[in-house]
Design a protein around this ligand. Structure first.
Ligand code: URA
Length: 223
């Protein structure tokens, strides 16, 4: 199923025209990636929500904003990591995608992205990303915070999805946020060991919504 691409531009052009599964029908369009295509650190989320569907890029809505804060706490800015999703099209009503939907989409697109980026470390956000990268029997509560080897030959660690943190309250959210902090810290440390020359933060925090405003307007026009 994997089609290989010589460049991200080629991959993105094919991806934006994808209608290989029914999820495409209910979305504004497929969303692609954002960040640095040469980054040793890749973050893989679940799939686009409403804001991402509008902007055409992953993790720029409420979950993305919480992710940005968590990354800042470990010295990372979004322009220095590569961020993508398992699913490229938003499932109707924002429902959780099935394992099969995730596998189909990721084998079509994420695998090709990983062949181009060739990261040193992958962070899986939440259960859908973990199940694709580790296996369908993986469980986020049991397997987060543990290193595993992906089929790309790249070490990966899962942590809680920011949308899960946004749903928690009281002591539960405090505990889960610390766990995410330590998971991300471990991933960054491993990344620094494996790619010592790479700067994971730039001086200014990028404004992702401003950066992709043109794409949002284009997508709105195409509806
Ligand atoms: N949740 C994700 O996992 N990815 C997005 O792009 C948005 C919300």
């Amino acid at each position: 199923m994997l089609t290989s691409f010589a460049t991200h531009a080629e991959l993105e052009e094919a991806l934006l025209g994808c209608d290989r599964c029914p999820l495409r029908r209910d979305a504004i369009g497929p969303t692609s990636y954002n960040g640095a295509i040469d980054s040793p650190l890749v973050i893989v989320g679940e799939g686009p929500g409403g804001v991402e569907d509008e902007y055409g890029v992953p993790l720029v809505g409420p979950s993305g904003q919480l992710l940005d804060k968590a990354l800042a706490s470990v010295g990372v800015t979004r322009d220095r990591v590569y961020v993508s999703n398992i699913l490229k099209c938003r499932p109707k009503g924002n429902r959780t995608p099935t394992v099969d939907e995730g596998r189909f989409c990721a084998m079509n697109w994420l695998d090709g992205e990983m062949a181009l980026v060739r990261p040193k470390v992958i962070v899986a956000l939440g259960s859908v990303a973990l199940k694709y990268l580790m296996g369908p029997d993986a469980r986020i509560t049991k397997d987060r915070g543990r290193w595993f080897e992906t089929k790309y030959g790249v070490p990966a660690m899962a942590t809680y999805h920011p949308a899960y943190l946004l749903r928690l309250t009281g002591q539960d959210v405090v505990k889960a946020k610390w766990e995410v902090f330590y998971d991300l810290k471990a991933a960054v440390e491993r990344c620094r060991e494996l790619a010592p020359g790479y700067e994971l933060a730039s001086a200014e925090k990028p404004d992702l919504l401003a950066m992709y405003e043109g794409r949002r307007l284009e997508r709105r026009g195409g509806r």
